[in-house]
Design a protein around this ligand. Structure first.
Ligand SMILES: [Zn+2]
Length: 347
């Protein structure tokens, strides 16, 4: 029934002076219950976030926390009736309320005649969510949207990429970088989450032609920088590529950025399900060495045919090549892979 809550959050968006979707299950709003800050009209301290199968409201200014049921009852009584019908199958729901949601800092009951209890949960939004905006929540003419569009990244993957308006703010995730990140330009943010959705590191991609194209900020020092671990389905075929953005063009794909390729053995993936896809750089000794390594380890490896001149997946897509098709017809292992590899490499 989570979708019902999500639907009604969108339906009442006009009740908030400011309303911003941060990700699939997180909205940031200007709190209509306390008015948020009167001095700073941009303050937004109210949040809708997911708690199990429901969306919960919580304001970090007044402390008010409530279920969708209560929020709707207060803000939009007519919509509330529709909600009850859709969610509970009845005209009015008197019984359902998450425990501890109806609570105020002063100990006053807010709307329902229920015992006062402090909240028993902590909202599941993070500092990361506060620092960045998911690209799929930005206006169409926004710089970051224009950027992902110019690279032909599919729309349904825009929620995997984020935008930060000042790169310097990222040091709040790890103050070790305070002295090394000194510029203030906006950047595209590529987050590396682990299987449990914990943020491990972020890569900051230049959008305005800065010399340093990528800046890596590690949050967990020794974690491998693998993109897509939070989304990958280990029971299905997996393709492993070098670049996070390249992985967005393939089905069920992860990217081992930087030196992380050496760590794919640690990811506990079923080797038979993996296809290793390196960039098409037959003159780059490091890349050739890596392809050789995974052919020798008997992985399924893509050996790019001579007809492909583009150096990576994104370039192929930009030139109108059906990359998935090329990959599936050029994946090899064992002796065939060895033979084709020797034809492919130019160094
Ligand atoms: Zn409030």
């Amino acid at each position: 029934m989570l979708y019902v809550d999500v639907k009604y959050i969108n339906m009442i968006s006009h009740h908030f002076e400011k309303f911003k979707k941060k990700n699939d299950y997180l909205w940031n709003v200007r709190c209509p219950f306390c008015g948020d800050s009167r001095k700073n009209l941009n303050k937004m301290r109210g949040y809708f976030f997911r708690k199990d199968n429901n969306m919960i409201y919580k304001c970090h200014n007044c402390g008010f926390g409530a279920s969708m049921n209560t929020v709707l009852k207060e803000l939009a009584p007519t919509t509330h009736k529709e909600y009850c019908l859709e969610k509970f199958g009845e005209n009015e729901n008197k019984n359902w309320e998450p425990k501890g949601a109806n609570w105020t800092p002063n100990g006053h009951k807010l709307f329902d005649d229920k015992p006062v209890e402090p909240p028993k949960f902590t909202p599941k939004f993070s500092l990361f969510d506060k620092l960045v905006d998911a690209v799929d929540t930005l206006p169409y003419d926004h710089e970051a949207v224009q950027y992902v569009q110019s690279r032909n990244i599919p729309n349904d993957k825009w929620d995997r990429l984020y935008y930060i308006d000042n790169i310097k703010n990222i040091v709040q995730l790890n103050d070790k970088y305070t002295n090394s990140i000194v510029t203030e330009e906006p950047r595209l943010v590529i987050p590396f989450f682990d299987q449990n959705g914990q943020l491990m590191s972020v890569s900051l991609r230049a959008m305005r032609g800065e010399t340093l194209r990528y800046i890596l900020v590690k949050i967990k020092e020794d974690a491998p920088t693998v993109f897509g671990l939070d989304k990958v389905d280990k029971s299905k075929p997996i393709s492993i590529v070098e670049g996070p953005i390249d992985s967005l063009f393939l089905e069920n794909s992860i990217a081992c950025a930087g030196t992380s390729f050496n760590k794919i053995e640690q990811l506990n993936l079923d080797r038979d399900k993996i296809t290793v896809v390196f960039d098409n750089q037959p003159r780059n000794a490091d890349v050739v060495k890596m392809v050789e390594k995974y052919v020798d380890l008997d992985y399924n490896v893509v050996i790019w045919p001579e007809t492909i001149v583009q150096k990576d997946i994104n370039d192929m897509v930009n030139d109108g090549i059906d990359v998935r098709d090329v990959i599936s017809s050029n994946t090899h292992s064992g002796l065939t892979a060895k033979f084709l590899l020797n034809q492919w490499k130019k160094c």
